[in-house]
Structures are given as structure tokens and as C-alpha cells.
Ligand binder design. Sequence first.
Ligand SMILES: [Zn+2]
Length: 537
Amino acid sequence: MTTVLFLNGNIYTMDALQPRAQAMAIDDVSGRILAVGSNDEVRRVGGQHAELIDIKGRTVLPGFIDAHIHLMSTAYRAYHIDAENASSEDEVAELVRQRAAKTPPGRWIQGGRWDKNLWPGGRFPTKASLDAAAPHHPVVLWSKDGHLLWVNSLALQKAGITAETPEPETGAILRDGSGEPTGILQEEGATSLMYRVVEKSDPELDRLLIEEALQKLQRSGITSIHDIEGEDTLQIFQQLRDEGKLGVRVQMVLPRQLLPQLRERGIKNEDNDLLRVTGIKIFADGTLGSQTAAMLESFEGNPGNFGILSIPENEMQAVVRDASDLGLMVAIHAIGDRAARVALNSIEYAQRWLAEQGRPYDPERGLRYRLEHVQLIARNDLERMRRLGVVASIQPYHAVADRDLAVRYWGKRHRYAYAYRTMHEMGIPIALGSDAPVETFDPLHILYAATVRSDPESRRPSWLPDQALSVSNALWGYTLGAAYAGAEEKLKGSITVGKLGDAVVLRDDIVHVPQEKMSENGVQATILGGKIVYGEV
Ligand SMILES: [Zn+2]
């Protein structure tokens, strides 16, 4: 065993019992922290053969934990059609035309990130423009928020979606006056009809893309993620772990559709701090930008549109109960206030059911309930979140990226949206994350958004600044809060003796640097289990 001593640091431990330190000792075999304190105190633990690393006064924090990311999709973004910067339907069609010119006919063209809200008129695009651009390739393009699929006629044909296709229960097929599909599929009920036939990707390519994405996470100071994706991605992570190439710790949150399988075969987590299956994800509704979030009152200027509940309430109750029974973390995507209410109903039901089984919900035993995004929520439901011990898993970059949409589609209600500070002050545990690829995964940019309530690119005036988090609360949400959201607060999230030696070394003191310079700080090095996996100090 080698002990690595990191000396002369400016360490913010995030451990309330010992908030500041100068040095830490990590056993690089177990990856655990052996000592935290002054240089002298830590040296005593090291012995003669310890390796010494001088941090030269730089700032050290526990490694960032991104509590909500989709890594495979993030990796794909760098590879497939990326229409984020397209400013009209025609521009996207042009990207598709160029891709079609170098793709053999019949192969699928995939990608997305288009956002009609940024286009003149803001109307839904249609299959016609894609048909003209790529008549011989099936085309499927996701919207930026991942809740709309824009497809061409060949894709519809392959999926067998026609005027006769019945309306799915939890989604919508947009149609013209004669009932013909227009090329827009809303929410999973409709998009899954298409995904039965979309060409599977190449596993070797997927693996390379994931490896690249993991390196990017390391460069950003991220040492753990809660990855919300399916079994294909889990298999890649398993492979990388077995080969010793998984350089970021992963908690896997699988889609609820896999719950029956998980119940049947049990959850086999090898004794390994790198990869664990810990939870399931349920979609309660859609998104704000697509006006598919489930609302208690209609969308502003769109009377009668209450959005879409993505799962019937009784089914959600059964899923939350069954997951609780297995001890799986339950992460429920809830954007609109009706989605939050229905999700909390299910959680309350499951907790009551557990109590009836004689094993009342106890966070000490590792189960966690989380609302993902929780962008609009009624005051009494916030109170219920606190009472039920539900974590608010929030992505502060959404608040600044969606500010205009929130005003447009929620009207006066926007003032109560993304109410992070209120949640924190009420005692609701918060966990920070990115939701990449929807937004950036760079923690320094996200921390800027959380504390300034603006984005570092536009630097527009703060939006609802009374809901900004303090720097220390935001850092807590990115470390110990995120660890708590994953029921790993005894293992990660602070620089504490016995925990994993995961840390990030920053160039400047993040607590004392002027807040508007937050995003200009830089990651000097990333440490995983005592080993420097990125950069140097
Ligand atoms: Zn997400």
C-alpha cells in the first residue's frame, strides 16, 4: 500500500465537523481517505514511504458529482447531426441534406437538438422538409429537450405509423386536417413506436464515444455521475470497469420499464466503488419547451392544454411501490406542477405501503426518492416534499436557459419556477446536475448559473435573483447533496476520513473569487481514489 499525501492545499472539505484543512492522506489501493488536517497531522499518518504531492496553495474540493446526466446521449451529440445552432427548419433540413449526400441510401440519419422556439414563427417543423432533403434515408431528429421526435415519411413508413394508427395513451402523433401524421411524435408513447425500428448503433463506436466523454468529465472535475440511461450503456460501463478503464464512478439509474426484469433477476452489484445499479427513472410528464409538462392550470395563452402525464397515476404508484420494495432509488422526472403532485402522491403511497409492511421508510437504509427538475411546484407540494424527505434534483442551467420560455408558457406562474433557494431554506435536500446533453455538463458554468441566475455566455441580468443559491450551498449540492441523492453520503461528497479520495483541484479559490468570475476558474487536476486522473498539481 502506498499512501499519497497531498500537502499545502486550501481544502474546503464540505464536512461540517472540519470544514477547512491544509492536507489529506489517501491510500491509493483502497482509494480511501486516511487523514485530513494540517500538513503535520497528515504527515504523521503517512510514514516514511508516502508519496508527497505539493498542491501549492490551490483550492481543493470533493470531486463534483453530477446527479443527472445522460452520458451516451452526450457522447452521441458530438457524433450525430447537431442542430442546436440552426435558426430555422430549412437550416436543419440543409444539415440533413449534407449528411444524406455521404450516407448510403437506406441507412438511418439520426441526431437532433433542434428547438423550434428559437425559429421564426415557432411552429412545429414537418416531414416535408426532411423528405425533400433525404428522400432515400429514414430520418429521426430529437428536439433539444428530448421529448419530440421529428421524422420523415420514410421513417414513418418503416415504423408503420399512418393515418390509421390509433393515438397512443401517453403521447401524441401530430396530424394534419386529413389525419395524416405531420412528422412530429410527442412523448414516449409516440416516440417508442418509432424506436422499435430505428437502426441500432454500433457497439464498438458507442464504446469509443463513451471513453471520450468520460475523459471530458474528468477534465471538468467530475468524479461521479448518476447516469440515467438504459442497459446498452450499462454494458459499456461494465466492460470499461472490467478492463480498468472506467475513470469516473457511475451510479446507473435505469428506465422504469426494466423494473420487472430487475425484480426477477435481482440487482447484482459487484463489490465495486466504480459502478452500481442504484435506481430507476420514471417520466411523470414532458417538458416546458414542448408544452408537454403536466400542468394544474393550462399553459399561458393555450387554454385547455394541460400538458401530458406520461404514465397513468395508478401505474406510477405501482412502479414506485415495487421499486421501494427492492430498495431502489426512485427518480421521477417532473417539470409541471401537476406532474410533481402526482409523483408525490405515488411516493406518499409507497411510503405508506412500506410502513404497512413493517419497514417504514428510513433514509438511513439507503432508499431515496427524488423529483428530477421540479421546475414548477405548488407551495403545499413543496411542503410535502420536505415532509416525505424527497430530494430536489435540480439543474440550475435549465433555469437560465429556459427563462424566456417560462415567462411565455407559464405567465405569472414563472415567478415561482425553479425556486431553488426556497427549497433549500425549507430544508428540502438539493442535488445539482447538468441534464447533459440538454445543457452543458461543465460544473463551473452550472455553478455560475446557480449562484448568479444568469449564463456566463450572455451575461444577461439575473433572473429571479432571490432564488439564487449561495456559493457554499451550491457547492454542497454538487458534492454532499448529490451524494445524498444517490444514498452514498457515507462514501462520497466530502473530504472525510474513511470516504473515497475523490477531489478536484481548482486554480482559484472558488469561495472567494468574485462571483461573476466563477466560470473563469479552471480545473487544475482531478483526483480519483487518490490517483491524479487528469491534469497536474
Ligand atoms: Zn434528463
